[in-house]
Every structure is written in C-alpha cells, then in structure tokens.
Ligand binder design. Structure first.
Ligand code: SF4
Length: 281
C-alpha cells in the first residue's frame, strides 16, 4: 500500500505520524507526506492545536490529534512502536514515559484527553542512542516513579528536554538533586500559571537553586489571559526576571491583541531585556 501522511500544524516532528509511519513500514508499505495530486491507499492527518485552520482533507482520511478531537488514540501496537524518525530527518528522540496528570486545571486538555497519570514506557522504547531526548510528559514530577525515571534518563547520558514543564509545586530536594545531575537540553522548563500559587512556586524554584541548579538554566511558562489581570501578568514576569529565571508567556487566547503582543515582547529575549513594556507598546 502507499500511505500518505498530513501534518497539519506540528511545530516539532509529529510523534503520532512517526509511529504510524514506522508501523506501516513494518507491513511493507510505502510511506510519504501527502501530495494532493497523488493517489494513496490510505491517508492519515494529525492536528495538534485547536486554534489553527483545518485544511480540506481527502475522503476517507483517518484524522486524530487534539486539534481534531480528544478521544482518538493510536492502537496499542502502533503506540508502542519505535518512531520512524527518518520521516522528519529528526536527529533526536521524542516520547512519553508517563501520560496524564494528577491535576485538573480548567484551561488544560490533559485531564480530559489523557486522564490520571500513569507510566506508559521507558526511554529505551523511543531512544536508541541519540544525543538528545525530548520528553512530552505532562507532569513527570507527579508520578511516584519520578526519581527512578530521572535516574534512567541520567543513565542515557543524553541531553534531556522536559518540553511540557516540570511541576514546581511538587519539587523536593531529592528531585532537584537528581535533576541537577541530568544533562539538560537548553533549559529546565517549569510553569507559573496561577498568581495565587506564588508562594509554592517560588518555594519550588528556591529548592532548585539550593540544589545547585542555576536560575538562568530554568525557564518558566507563564499563562496569561486566563483569570489574570494585566498587572498580575506583569508581576509574575518581573518576579521571575528578578530571580534570574526566564519567563515564557503562553497566551490563553491567541486572537487577543494584548495577549499576543505581551507574549511577543516577553518571548523575544533581545527585546525583553532591552526595551520596557511601555516603550514596546
Ligand atoms: S498540571 Fe499541567 S498538565 Fe496537569 S492539568 Fe494542570 S496544566 Fe495540565
């Protein structure tokens, strides 16, 4: 069979498509990215975001991903396969060791899509000696095996990117000490979404600092536009800046002019560190 794949909006190599590709190749099928004038026996489309446009899809196309719905999942035999990184010429490994989360943040699709946190794999299922690993786990620090998983990651000697962020509210000296010894790819990602959680968030950061993790090696996502005022957005940004931690703004409503502009100001570091918000506006 000839298989066509449509990647609607991924910003990084699409894990589901790489697994679908790997599985079809084990069946002896040819796999390529979909081209409209070509004939395919089967077409798959994946869409990650719900705010991007959906293109016209060919008839019979199998679609999945958070951008389409929260319920479609890959069959176990595809989910558990080693991804076809060649599809994107991707030179790093990508995967989940845990899925789900213990929390139920109202602005997040994870509780509904993934359910309660559980372990789904180990690094060896999606890593084969690559120098870098991108982890897509939603809340690794919340899993009871967190320490064991960090040890496994350390043993790979690969650089690790905790792409979705670690939960500062669950930071302990033990976790921070283990994290310090993991080779980090760029920065350790964390998050501060709710202004009311200032005390516990700062405490989590202090635990990391005490373990020897430098503030400049930590980045914190900052959700704006969801039950926060502009003053509270600025307060969190400046608080993090004062601690030496890099803020990264995530707008809740990407169509909102203020949210888009504020995110652009903070996230463009050359601008953020040289131009005030007043001047930027
Ligand atoms: S802690 Fe993170 S992953 Fe879990 S529900 Fe909240 S935002 Fe989503």
């Amino acid at each position: 069979m000839i298989i066509g794949l449509i990647d609607v909006d991924s910003k990084i190599p699409n894990l589901a498509l790489m697994k679908i590709s790997a599985w079809h190749k084990t069946q002896g099928d040819e796999v390529e990215f979909y081209m409209p004038l070509w004939k395919y026996d089967k077409v798959y489309a994946s869409k990650v975001f719900d705010f991007t446009n959906t293109p016209d899809l060919p008839e019979g196309c199998v679609s999945g991903g958070t951008g389409f719905d929260l319920t479609t999942i890959l069959p176990d035999e595809i989910e558990s396969i080693y991804p076809d990184y060649e599809l994107y010429r991707c030179d790093y490994a990508i995967g989940f060791i845990t899925r789900g989360c213990i929390r139920k943040c109202k602005f997040c699709v994870v509780p509904e899509k993934e359910g309660m946190i559980r372990r789904v794999s180990n690094p060896l299922s999606f890593w084969n000696g690559q120098a870098r690993i991108m982890l897509l786990d939603n809340n690794l620090t919340a899993h009871p095996d967190c320490m064991e998983i960090l040890k496994e990651l350390k043993e790979t000697k690969a650089q690790i990117n905790f792409a979705q962020g670690l939960d500062l509210r669950l930071m302990t000296p033990e976790i921070a000490n283990e994290l310090r010894d993991v080779r980090i790819w760029k920065q350790i990602h964390t998050a501060w979404d709710n202004i009311k959680e200032e005390k516990i968030i700062i405490k989590g950061l202090e635990i990391m600092f005490e373990a020897g993790i430098r503030p400049r090696n930590i980045m914190s996502y900052v959700l704006i536009g969801y039950k926060t005022t502009k003053e509270e957005d600025m307060y969190r940004i400046e608080k993090l800046r004062g601690l030496g931690v890099k803020p990264f703004v995530m707008p809740y409503d990407k169509k909102d002019k203020y949210q888009r502009r504020f995110a652009r100001w903070v996230n463009h570091k050359a601008t953020f560190y040289t131009v005030s918000w007043e001047d930027y506006r």
